[in-house]
Ligand binder design. Structure first.
Ligand code: DON
Length: 607
């Protein structure tokens, strides 16, 4: 590799990860999410444990039992929906999507409704002050991807986060300078306009209701807000999120008047309210007050980009994945192309399988970290990286008994918050969307009057090429800061077709770089390891991102013997509480299985 590797900057902000922590509180709602607010219409939801998978008949059993001591049992239920399914990190947001489906909306209408509802009910990551990627496949065969990633403000400079001594500051993470120009409102509106069937006001109605009337806080919400107290309480969100110094108490009603007003303006006036109107004025005023650099011109300039999804095949299955400015699609495609060279794959849970995944990820993340960036600014070798012949060359370099090496450095902080939601409707249209503020509650900056948090997405740039970012990712010049440029993402909203070309799975994740590996592993668990979706989501995960040169595994996810074997092959092993936050849908005979992340909170709502 061509970069020089430095010790990462100090861990400036200890933002905690709700998404990647165990779900310790028992979930009060049937789907395990936060309780529905009183008055919310109950949604039909059927749990059917025995609905078999729609993948070939042999795939009804699990290849390998989970190891002893693993936190999740195998053989648990998924939520079943005969017609349609919405899975997100908030049951209220999933219900918002289903409300729109039941009112005759399609999957895109429902996805946009879910997205806006997440901005209200899951403000850790749901947002109008951030951005994301949406992957759409219509039942008539049309497919599209919309990139509504934030861009660097016009006044951004390459070294804006480096101090006079050449040291990286934490300004790409906390405070007013950390934000890219938000894309969420423009992106969701563009998707709705092109592929939806309802008006913005119609699909935003559930979110507006949730903001105006509030929702009942549960313990996970309260704890999650409290975990980010340091981040939030230094800015203007403190009074709303810490009334009297404490987070909203479980059982209390959380009302967001300012956000409701912003949402009403957007519903009535369209994205103009955000990009050239009152909401944008509040945003720019907040930036000015705090020394930020986003201007009215930045907002007016913002455009979401329609992209062609990366279409790849894996043993006869077809995947639609996200092209740059996300690295997700290329990295998944390159990894799967490599794994395709190993048939059959070693059994799930074996040291050989963990080794093969790690050696594959090592190579594909090396390419990712060096070569990928915003295609409007750098030439991304997309054809080469997604070429099966190139993958074969890389696969041939893997020694099945011995770890190779990438230069080492110490890891950065744990990943924080993003959120993925998956939607299918009764017509077979599918939407996979991942959206984020980057860290939990983003930069911590809450827009006075606007009622929403701003992202800290600027940290996804290589703020100092060769130095690790908050995810420990060491990236190169291709992802250096330039005005108007999109920072490279790992977000991987993915749609999978079966070997007959029928919609099979919708999936994606939160978790920084682990988004790519966890999404892939859940898909492989279904199509290679013959797991039900419930098991595929509960199975232990692992991650490797080239640097730091280590396999990250979940606590007790692999037996002592497997860990010993991996160490004997030369791998460094790091254990952690939970990897990523995935929300998935799988077609089963007679309908759909939906499973929200068992390591976090959420709701799978089907009917
Ligand atoms: O776009 C990206 O890759 C990151 N901003 C994602 C951050 C993330 O997933 C944090 N979450 N858990």
């Amino acid at each position: 590799m061509s970069q020089s590797f430095r010790i990462p900057r100090p861990l400036a902000v200890a933002l905690l990860l709700v998404a990647c922590r165990p779900q310790s509180a028992p979930s009060p709602s049937p789907s395990g999410g936060v309780p529905a607010s009183p008055g919310a219409a109950p949604m039909a939801q059927v749990d059917r444990r025995d609905a078999p998978s729609a993948v070939p008949a042999a795939q009804a059993t699990v290849d390998a039992a989970f190891p002893q001591g693993w936190r999740f049992p195998s053989g648990t239920k998924a939520t079943f929906g005969e017609h349609a399914m919405v899975v997100s990190n908030s049951v209220l947001a999933s219900e918002a999507g289903v409300e729109i489906l039941k009112a005759g909306g399609n999957a895109v209408d429902a996805a946009v409704a879910t997205g806006f509802a997440l901005a209200v009910a899951y403000p850790f990551a749901g947002n109008i002050g951030g951005g994301g990627f949406m992957n759409i496949r219509m039942a008539d065969g049309r497919s599209a991807a919309i990139d509504y990633r934030e861009v660097a403000p016009l006044a951004a400079t390459r070294d804006m986060y480096v101090d006079a001594n050449g040291k990286l500051t934490n300004k790409s993470v906390v405070g007013h300078l950390a934000s890219g120009v938000p894309g969420a409102v423009a992106g969701m509106n563009a998707a709705l306009t092109k592929y939806g069937s309802k008006t913005l006001a119609e699909v935003m109605a559930p979110a507006i209701r949730l903001a105006e009337q509030g929702f009942v806080v549960d313990s996970a919400f309260s704890r999650g807000v409290n975990a980010d107290k340091k981040n939030i309480a230094q800015f203007e969100g403190r009074d709303l999120f810490f009334p009297g110094g404490n987070p909203p108490a479980p059982g209390s009603r959380f009302v967001q008047k300012d956000l409701a007003r912003s949402l009403r303006l957007i519903a009535a006036q369209g994205p103009k309210a955000f990009y050239d109107g009152e909401v944008g004025d509040s945003l720019v005023a907040e930036e000015r007050r705090g020394g930020g650099i986003i201007t009215k011109q930045d907002l007016r300039n913002y455009k979401p980009e329609w992209r062609t999804p990366i279409k790849s095949t894996y043993r006869g299955y077809t995947l639609f994945t996200m092209p740059p400015a996300s690295s997700g699609g290329i990295t998944m495609t390159e990894s799967l192309n490599m794994l395709e060279k190993f048939a059959p794959l070693p059994p799930f849970g074996s040291a050989q399988y963990a080794h093969l995944l790690a050696e594959t990820y090592r190579r594909t993340f090396t390419d990712r970290n060096e070569k990928l960036g915003d295609p409007a600014f750098v030439k991304v070798p997309i054809d080469q990286l997604t070429d099966k012949g190139y993958a074969a060359t890389l696969a041939a370099q893997i020694d099945r008994t011995k770890a190779s090496k990438t230069p080492a450095f110490n890891a950065g902080r744990e990943p924080e918050h993003t959120t993925h939601y998956s939607v299918v409707d009764g017509m077979g249209n599918a939407v996979a969307t991942t959206t984020t503020l980057n860290g939990g509650f983003g930069s911590g900056v809450w827009v006075r009057g606007g009622g929403f948090f701003m992202n800290n997405e600027m940290d996804d740039f290589a703020a100092q090429p060769g130095s690790p970012n908050m995810f420990g990712l060491v990236q190169g010049e291709a992802n250096a800061i330039q005005p108007g440029k999109r920072m490279l993402s790992a977000m991987s909203p993915t749609i999978v077709l079966d070997q007959q070309g029928r919609l099979l799975m919708v999936s994606g994740a939160a978790g920084g770089p682990t988004i790519i590996t966890a999404t892939m592993e859940v898909i492989l668990n279904v199509i290679e390891h013959h797991m039900t979706l419930a098991d595929a989501m509960r199975a232990p995960r692992l991650h490797h991102q080239a640097l730091p040169d280590e396999i990250r595994v979940e606590n007790n996810g692999f037996s002592g013997a497997v860990i010993d074997s991996l160490k004997a092959m030369g791998h460094a092993i790091r254990t952690q509480g939970g990897i990523a936050n995935v929300n998935s849908i799988l077609r089963v005979p007679g309908g759909w299985h939906g499973v929200y992340e068992p390591r976090s909170v959420g709701g799978a709502v089907g009917y």
